[in-house]
Design a protein around this ligand. Structure first.
Ligand code: NAD
Length: 457
């Protein structure tokens, strides 16, 4: 089927109204869950082939989140779909007001490679729950994961409801110029701009889940051991190829040395096998282009831990750089790999100012016991979301809407927010026949004007 024909088939199906009833939506979500459950092993094998992501990590960081979203949507959908009452203003009394969630129509989801399942499938779940049809285009870089999603879901679903396309730039371009009712994109800022521009031609609304440099502040009053433990976990998970990983650390100069020592200890503890070659449970860099890009960011003079690599296996050992400044090349763009620069500051206000001058981060983390300092950083800097005394974990709470701001993205999802994202809320006012104020109608008079002013002001 050509892209045009596929979308036309979905449009016809959507316009038939079949996707709207609760029963239909629940059936799709349960079918989706069956497709996953019955084929889980293939999903593990595929992503392992792509970048040797272990079964544990694939479940913990991908499939568990997908199942949680599915279970939540199945449980809550009836409630989410109900009209929601709103208070009515004086001028419309004794009327009633409510909002009615309505599916947007035919939607396109474009996924990134770093978490190939959850970044593609969670938006699809939200779209189906909201009563839309979906075309999913996962990333070509995680080829095996994309191919298995296409094979399994295209077997379970008819293309009029949900279809997965395998392909790269050319295939994506063929879809983004079509007249979708929504495009949901996860990926880089430059490609986000291409998507936004293409969508504008058709006035298609977009959600852009992008990236950026996410800072982690470490203040002197923190618990250093726990801080290092949580930073190392969040940073080297997926070999740093995580959109919300700590991109760099801003640490108070007074505790710089202790923090570096604790980070080193944690790396040795969490990845004890490095001395024996390629460790189990450590993810590869997705391809050689990214491997070379990352190795070029390592300034050997500034390596505190790591800096070593194995090109044949596309492994870069957990690397910490110290004595880094904002002028170093590693601070130019999002790192998206297992390299962690540490910048020491003497003055917190100046450090905050430096971050404020840069594009708005997707995530921001603060390690401190001081409520005042936490509040100061959180109110002064714009960023998507984050955590206090932890990293990355905020995105596992579906009650916290996930998304960026400024160049780190626009729009949110996860849980009910995902349902909202793929719905339009029709605002409705319902009036009874038995009451109608005369003052609304011509001929107008000074008395009517005064009464209106009295009511409003
Ligand atoms: P990418 O932008 O290169 O690719 C994303 C998708 O866009 C892929 O499906 C790809 O096929 C498609 N694409 C690539 N070039 C295109 C073009 N010229 N025209 C049309 N489509 C094109 O991103 P990536 O390398 O897959 O992912 C890494 C980036 O994604 C990082 O910046 C990271 O921070 C960001 N990211 C963000 C989130 C989030 O939730 N905010 C999650 C993961 C990754």
């Amino acid at each position: 089927m050509t892209p045009e024909n596929l979308l036309a088939a979905q449009k016809e199906f959507f316009l038939s109204g079949q996707t709207k009833p609760l029963k239909f939506r629940l059936k799709q979500l349960k079918k989706f869950r069956d497709a996953l459950r019955e084929n889980e092993q293939y999903f593990y094998e595929a992503v392992y082939k792509d970048f040797s992501k272990s079964e544990f990590e694939t479940y913990a960081t991908e499939l568990s989140l997908v199942y949680s979203e599915l279970n939540l949507a199945i449980k809550k959908l009836k409630k989410w779909m109900k009209p929601k009452k709103k208070r009515t203003n004086l001028a419309n009394l004794p009327g009633k007001s409510y909002v009615l969630p309505d599916p947007l129509g035919c939607t396109l989801v474009i996924g990134a490679w770093n978490y190939p399942y959850q970044l593609s499938l969670i938006p699809v779940i939200s779209a189906l729950a909201a009563g839309n049809t979906v075309i999913l285009k996962p990333s070509e870089l995680s080829y095996n994961a994309s191919a298995i999603m296409a094979k399994i879901f295209n077997h379970f679903f008819i293309p009029e409801i949900f279809h997965v396309i395998v392909g790269g730039v050319k295939e994506t371009q063929a879809f983004i110029n079509l007249n979708f009712d929504k495009i949901f994109f996860t990926g880089s800022v430059p490609v986000g701009k291409i998507i936004y521009k293409a969508a504008a031609q058709n006035m298609t609304p977009v959600t852009l889940e992008l990236g950026g440099k996410s800072p982690t502040f470490v203040l002197p009053d923190t618990n250093l051991k726990m801080t290092a433990k949580r930073i190392v976990w969040g940073k080297f998970l997926n070999a740093g190829q995580t959109c919300v990983a700590t991109d760099y650390i801003l640490v108070d100069k007074k505790i710089e040395t202790q923090l570096l020592e604790e980070l080193k200890k944690q790396i040795n503890k969490q990845f004890p096998d490095f001395s024996k070659g390629v460790p189990e449970n450590y993810v590869q860099i997705i391809n050689e282009r990214n491997f070379d890009r990352l190795m070029n960011l390592i300034d050997k003079e500034k390596v505190y831990v790591g800096g070593t690599s194995d090109r044949a296996n596309r492994i870069i050992h957990p690397t910490i750089m110290h004595n880094v400044t904002f002028k170093d090349p590693v601070m130019d763009d999002e790192i998206f790999g297992p390299i962690l620069p540490v910048i020491a500051y003497e003055n917190l206000e100046e450090a905050i100012e430096e971050v404020k001058q840069r594009p708005k981060p997707l995530a921001l983390y603060i390690f401190s016991k001081s409520k005042r300092a936490v509040r100061q950083i959180q109110t002064e800097i714009s960023f998507g979301g984050g955590a206090v005394n932890d990293t990355v974990m905020h995105l596992t709470n579906h009650r916290l809407a996930f998304g960026g701001t400024g160049s780190s993205g626009m729009g949110n999802y996860h849980g009910y927010t995902g349902f909202e994202n793929f719905s339009h809320f029709k605002s409705i006012l319902k009036k009874p026949y038995w009451f109608e104020p005369k003052m609304k109608y011509a001929p107008y008079s000074e008395k009517k004007r005064k009464f209106l002013k009295f009511l409003i002001e």
